[in-house]
Design a protein around this ligand. Structure first.
Ligand SMILES: [Zn+2]
Length: 428
């Protein structure tokens, strides 16, 4: 008779399969009908969705949970946010940033979000941001994969020490190369920054993730240069373009040329729907653009697209929970991904597709993979998006890291049931 450390029984996997999952040590030892097996701990997941963990491909952990410090963003714009952050990063101590980030990671774990790619601002010469985030990365390593991107917020070329500090951050152990070409002084400087950043990544064997064209300017076309450099340096499959909001406003004929270039270069796209629709279109009257990139059109071309969170309670965004289902829910609405297949894909975008963007090893519900999963109080991925329900149980690398009791509302209505769960199945 098989014996496991943890046995999750009767759960519904994202593809609709009903299966037990047996965990031994840090890995998944068996999936299927494991009736009669013994286990140190058994989780009854009958009727519940069992999913691989959520993955966030775009976040700013050095700024999170700082909302209101030193003051709130009065205009609500991207540029006032950048100014505010410029003050905050000089005032915040390493310990403060570590404490805020660890608080956020607690939220993340409770929501089944177990892998995060975070951009770290490499602008200040003291690099306290980098010191703090490397410390957080080490502290959360047993239960959360934190991947760090060296991000020259004030420009790689525009900031006097932009280049030098980005390289110092990589030498300190930051593992992905970032950039912000649309914030450099000229289009030419933007392109030059991408050339150099991609060369640095190619030399060091690193991944690339660029804040690319986060603007409403339809002529902001740095994604074209990023695709060119990616192919020139053989970085296919290793580069991501974050935001790409200018594509929302671009001329359709130009986009018809651009999409195949992105596909050829195997560049992944990371729109951040909560933030993009909040920050973009601020110079518009009506009609008012919402700045989300062309998600469905990219997917139709075979381009990988993952939804990112970007901000939670920081100089750019006053709300946010850390729940990737909130992110996917908003993305689904704004991109109008409303068919059953498109809705299910939105769930995959915050799990499997984001895991691929991060190049995570051993991710997913298969035998031999890392034993990381989340049990949701929903019947399937689409219901999870609709309800954004409680995470009943979160297992990371073979350890139970969060548990929540099922919390049905109790009704007091004549002739009606005593409790309600708000689940709803399509009649078959
Ligand atoms: Zn960002």
């Amino acid at each position: 008779m098989a014996s496991f450390d943890i046995l999750v029984t009767g759960g519904t996997l994202p593809d609709g399969t009903i299966a037990d999952i047996g965990i031994t040590g840090t890995h998944i030892a068996a999936i299927g009908d494991l009736t009669g097996s013994e286990a140190g701990e058994t989780i009854d997941a009958a009727g519940d969705l069992v999913s691989p963990p959520f993955v966030d491909p775009h976040f700013h952990m050095d700024a999170t949970l700082s909302y209101g410090t030193p003051r709130i963003n009065a205009s609500g714009t991207l540029l006032e946010g950048i100014d505010l952050w410029g003050e905050l990063r000089e005032q915040a101590t390493v310990d403060e940033m570590v404490a805020r980030a660890l608080d956020y990671c607690d939220w993340a774990v409770s929501l089944g979000l177990l892998a995060i790619r975070s951009h770290v601002d490499t602008t200040p010469d003291h690099l306290n941001t980098v010191t703090a985030m490397l410390e957080v990365q080490e502290k959360v390593k047993p239960y959360l994969d934190l991947q760090l991107v060296a991000f020259p917020q004030d420009g790689f070329l525009r900031s006097p020490t932009g280049r030098e500090n980005l390289i110092r951050a990589l030498d300190m152990g930051v593992e992905v190369v970032g950039g912000i070409p649309h914030f450099e002084r000229t289009m030419g400087d933007g392109a030059a920054s991408l050339k150099e950043l991609c060369e640095i990544a190619a030399d060091r064997g690193l991944l690339v993730d660029i804040h690319c064209d986060e603007t409403d300017d339809p002529l902001s076309r740095h994604i074209e240069a990023l695709a060119y450099e990616t192919q020139r340096l053989g970085l296919q499959g290793r580069v991501a373009g974050s935001h790409l909001t200018s594509m929302h406003s671009m001329d359709n004929y130009y986009v018809s040329k651009l999409l195949p270039l992105i596909a050829e270069a195997e560049i992944s796209a990371i729109p951040n729907p909560l933030i993009n629709i909040t920050l973009q279109g601020r110079h518009d009257s009506y009609p008012k653009r919402r700045g989300l990139t062309r998600v469905k059109e990219m997917q139709a071309m075979g381009i990988r697209v993952g939804w990112g969170q970007d901000c939670v309670r920081d100089p750019w965004y006053s709300l946010g929970t850390g729940d990737m289902l909130d992110v996917a829910f908003m993305g689904l609405h704004v991109a109008q991904m409303t068919s059953p297949q498109e809705m299910a894909r939105c769930f995959t975008m915050v799990t499997e597709e984001n895991a691929r963007i991060l190049h995570l090893d051993g991710y997913g519900l298969s035998v031999g993979n890392m034993a990381s999963l989340v049990v949701l109080d929903a019947g399937d991925p689409i219901e999870a998006l609709r309800l954004r329900p409680d995470r009943l149980c979160v297992i990371s690398k073979g350890k139970m890291v969060s548990k929540q009791a099922r919390n049905d509302a109790r009704l007091a209505l004549p002739g009606r049931p005593g409790s309600v769960r708000r689940r709803h199945k399509v009649p078959s």
